[in-house]
Every structure is written in C-alpha cells, then in structure tokens.
Design a protein around this ligand. Structure first.
Ligand code: ADP
Ligand code: MG
Length: 311
C-alpha cells in the first residue's frame, strides 16, 4: 500500500533568519526544500505539502497599510489567500522542476484552502497572535477606538495587532484535496494554517484570525487518513528541558508521554508546543507523527533522525 505523507514546512523552508525576503532568496530556499521533498515522491509516496506564512502575510499587510491611500487595504483573510497563492506558486514551480530533474512524472497543484473555525471558540474572546507591522502607540490606540481591534505592546518594539488563534474544525476543501491525491497529484494545501472561515448555515465567511499551521496540518492529515505527519522545522529533535544544562533530545515518545511532557511545560507555546500538540492529535487516531529538521527529511522517515510520536 502507498503511504500518504503530509509534510508541514516551517518558516525556514521559505525564509532563513536574517534574510530580507527578496523573491530570489525565497525561491532559492524553496528550491532546496523541494529537492529534499522530491525524494519522497521518488519513493512512490503520496505527498501533501502544507506551510507557514507568517513573514509573507506580514509583508502583504505592510504593503496594504503603506499604500492604503492609493489602493484599498484588504482584510486579513484576503491577505492570507494572497500568501497561499504566492507561496503555493513558488513551491508548485520548484516541485515541478525537481520532479522533472529526477525524470519523474507527477504534477503539482496548489489548493486555496479555507478552514472552518467555531465562532464560539474561546480564542475569539482572547486574541493572542500578533500579526503585521509595528505601529506607534497613538496609531494603535486609534485602531482600538475606531475598529474595536485588540493591540498589544510588543517587547519595546512598538504596538502590534493581535488576532484570535482558533482551532481548526473542518478543512473545507478536503474532498478536492483527496481526489487530486487519488489522481496522483502532489498537493499544496492549508497554507498558513488555512484561511479561517465561519459557517452561517450553508454560507462561508472569512474572519480575522490565524489558525496554527501545525494544528491545521494535523487536522488535514487525520481527515484524509494520512499515514505520516512529517513536521519539518529548524531543530533536529524535540528536547526536554530545552536550552538548559539538563537538555535531552528525544528519539520518540508515546502520545501519553507527549501529553505529560506538554503538561510539565517542556514545549514553548507558539513554537514547539503546537508541533507536539499536532503530533498528539494525529497520533491519537493511529498515525505516525515525526518532528524533524528540514534537511533530514528522508532520515526522519527512516528513523535515523527526528522525534517520533505514536500511540
Ligand atoms: P516553524 O517555523 O518551523 O514552525 P518555530 O520557530 O515555530 O518553527 O518552532 C521551532 C522552534 O521551537 C525551534 O527553533 C526551537 O527553538 C523551539 N523550541 C521550543 N521548545 C523546544 C523544545 N522543547 N525542543 C526543541 N525545540 C524547541
Ligand atoms: Mg511556528
């Protein structure tokens, strides 16, 4: 039987720390990312690629704000869709090129993905996720008064808007993704965690929120019945007592152990926390989750690198 793998790409797959984010830099990073992912295709696996969008959507928000007197600024859901398109394009083309270079035959398609969230999710009452550019206190206070938004001071760097980060409830384009996979396509989906939408009867409406990309990837992987959720980031393994003298890197953990370590506070919220939670969510229903370094993708699948989470 063919293995279906959801590969969740971290920020470093597209932009490295310290880079400005020129098109050439992002394309070069995406190219090397795709060189490693193509090895999975070469082995005959079915592959869905998901990715983050933080820096890219941040830049789109800056562009919208800077040009707001010339071109109407777009809301966050539309900016999210734009980022899925621009990142999807880069990955789609780079994957095609690497597939062709290997002499393989497979086509690649990006699916603009909406992810349904629950308007009653407690996250809506407690926005936590900072997005977009930094503003002055005066500007921030005006947005709070005029638009009822939530703004927070960010470690002396200025004021930033914070938005809710609700849990993914339904990957709306799931069936389209499945039928593309069945036809042998490589699919890029749920970029940036998906575009958050709420259901009003049969109708959908975009909302101002950000869904964690690892949690959305786990939801997608579970719903399509994937065998493996491969979360690729910038560390080789998950550690206990991370960055302390008693740090130990883990080769594997059971779902139960992962839950316990999580409760003990080993994984930082907003970075390793959601990856371990995503792994728990996926592995609970029987799949294998692996958190590994971007450049050790095959090694991770073969058990030579990364941290495995299973039931
Ligand atoms: P990505 O863009 O891939 O989602 P993040 O920065 O969100 O990357 O998460 C990866 C980071 O999580 C690592 O660079 C590491 O510094 C941090 N991290 C926090 N806690 C741990 C831990 N317990 N073990 C390993 N890495 C951790
Ligand atoms: Mg992250």
């Amino acid at each position: 039987m063919q293995t279906t793998i959801v590969v969740a790409l971290g920020g470093n797959a597209i932009l490295k720390p310290g880079e400005k984010g020129t098109a050439a830099q992002q394309m070069a990073n995406v190219k090397s990312t795709c060189r490693s992912i193509v090895q999975l295709i070469k082995r005959g696996h079915r592959v869905v690629i998901t990715h983050g969008n933080g820096p890219q959507v941040g830049n789109i928000l800056i562009q919208n704000h800077s040009a707001r007197d010339i071109v109407p600024a777009m809301p966050l859901d539309i900016c999210g869709a734009e980022s899925q398109g621009l990142i999807g394009y880069m990955i789609q083309q780079a994957m095609h090129n690497e597939i062709a270079r290997e002499g393989l035959r497979a086509s690649v398609v990006t699916v603009l993905t909406q992810v349904v969230v629950d308007p009653a999710d407690p996250a809506f009452a407690n926005p936590t996720k900072p997005i977009g550019p930094f503003y002055t206190e005066e500007e921030a206070k005006r947005f709070v008064a005029e638009r009822g938004e939530v703004w927070k001071e960010d470690a002396g760097r200025g004021w930033r808007k914070v938005v809710p980060s609700p849990l993914p409830v339904q990957i709306f384009e799931k069936r389209a993704i499945e039928s593309l996979l069945d036809r042998g396509e490589v699919v890029i989906a749920a970029g940036g965690g998906g575009i958050p939408v709420i259901k009003e009867g049969e109708m959908l409406r975009g909302v101002e929120a950000v869904i964690d990309k690892d949690l959305a990837s786990a939801k997608l992987a579970t719903d399509i019945g994937a065998d493996v959720l491969l979360i690729l980031t910038d560390v080789e393994k998950v550690a206990l007592n991370y960055r302390t003298p008693s740090q130990v890197f883990l080769d594997s953990m059971t779902v139960e152990e992962a839950r316990r370590y999580m409760a003990e506070g080993h994984f930082k919220a907003g970075s390793m926390g959601p990856k371990v939670q995503a792994s728990i969510n996926f592995a609970s229903s029987g799949g294998l989750a692996i958190i590994a370094s971007l450049d050790r993708c095959l090694d991770a699948l073969d058990g030579r690198s990364g941290t495995r989470v299973s039931r």
